[in-house]
Design a protein around this ligand. Structure first.
Ligand SMILES: NC(=O)c1ccc[n+]([C@@H]2O[C@H](COP(=O)([O-])OP(=O)(O)OC[C@H]3O[C@@H](n4cnc5c(N)ncnc54)[C@H](O)[C@@H]3O)[C@@H](O)[C@H]2O)c1
Length: 327
């Protein structure tokens, strides 16, 4: 058992964090927390730790906390944890407004704690391999990227997921943020960006449930991102096609191939290195940053950049509405 005392708040997606803390020897998983007591008790029994429904009661007994709760709670909960001197691994997206994000960045600096955003995609081994291949320069500079993320969501009536003010936007903000972040990580700083969204097919959601986003980067490269929560007959997970003058990178599932004039070869084969838990590399990075004092790759400042890009896209989307405009 490790020396970093941890807790996880919010036990749906948060169960991935629970399993990773339990598996990593640097961590001492002490608490699981959920408003649903039965859920918390079950997780505590399975992962041999304590449970509570009041997350504020555990702050004296932990060094670090994963916050995996609905988006409108990210700001107040993270602020409270930071002010109590705790390191925070916060699920994406950061917070629902830029002002809240900036206050959290400032508070983490002032309290000398790590604030890391859980951009799990960035830490996945196949994405690291893709980035390494692009950054090597061996294949030339990308000029065109496409990314598709097909998903299907049917939340219970009244769920926070359907409410724009709680979710912080629509599918682009909530799920697309992973891929805007990843595309910026791969291609650099965007100089122009826009998005179109629709509620067609996801009428349960107050904002867009299907989004097409476009970005242009400082290099001149263009990227097109499709995200949706309405695709019942979907192919998951995300797919990418990234073209350079000399090559095309094809990412499907966790397999990364490159096509050049020499033919097609696999750069990353998930069958050879299958991870038991996709959250392991990200959570290992968080623990390592706490242990060594270095800054997380996806710290507050870094993670704010992709949300700023999304908020710019939403300004464009709002000018036209969600499909009401007519020629
Ligand atoms: N990395 C990913 O791929 C990924 C996937 C899904 C969700 N997420 C993120 O994870 C977070 C949670 O999403 P979800 O889908 O698990 O939401 P959810 O609504 O399904 O689950 C949230 C859980 O938090 C609990 N909760 C709510 N308020 C609480 C409080 N004050 N104290 C303790 N527990 C509380 C709820 O009871 C529920 O069990 C969001 O930030 C979401 O964007 C990330």
């Amino acid at each position: 058992m490790g020396s970093i005392r941890t807790a996880v708040v919010g036990l749906n997606l948060g169960m991935g964090h629970v399993r990773a803390y339990k598996a990593l020897e640097q961590a001492d998983l002490r608490w699981v927390v959920d408003l649903d007591e039965e859920k918390a008790a079950k997780a505590a029994e399975e992962y041999e730790c304590r449970y509570t429904t009041d997350w504020t009661s555990i702050l004296d007994d932990v060094d670090a906390v994963s916050i995996c709760t609905p988006h409108h709670l990210h700001y107040p909960q993270t602020m409270q944890a930071i002010e109590a001197g705790k390191h925070v691994l916060l699920e994406k997206p950061f917070a629902n407004t830029e002002e809240e994000c900036l206050k959290l960045i400032e508070a983490a600096d002032a309290n000398n704690v790590k604030l890391m955003l859980a951009y799990v995609v960035r830490y996945m081994p196949h994405m690291r391999r893709l980035k390494q291949a692009i950054d090597s320069g061996e294949y030339g500079v990308p000029f065109n990227a496409e990314c598709w993320v097909e998903a299907y969501l049917q939340p219970r009536p009244g769920s926070w997921l359907a409410q724009k003010d709680k979710l912080g936007g629509g599918v682009l903000f909530s799920h697309g943020c992973h891929y805007v972040d990843a595309l910026m990580w791969l291609l650099g700083t965007p100089t122009r960006m826009t998005a179109m969204g629709t509620r067609a097919g996801t009428e349960w959601l107050e904002s867009e449930g299907t989004s097409h986003a476009l970005m242009q980067f400082e290099s001149g490269a263009l990227a097109h991102l499709v995200t949706s929560w309405g695709m019942k007959y979907r192919e998951t997970p995300a797919k990418y096609h990234i073209h350079t003058p000399k090559a095309a990178f094809i990412v499907k599932g966790e397999q990364v191939d490159v096509i050049t004039e020499e033919g097609r070869k696999t750069l990353y084969d998930p069958a050879e290195t299958k991870q038991p838990n996709i959250f392991l590399p990200e959570i290992e990075h968080f623990l390592d940053c706490i242990a060594t004092g270095r800054s997380p790759e996806t710290d507050g400042r870094d993670s704010l950049k992709s949300l700023r890009a999304i908020w710019r896209m939403y300004e464009e989307q709002d000018r036209f509405g969600l499909g009401e405009a007519r020629l």
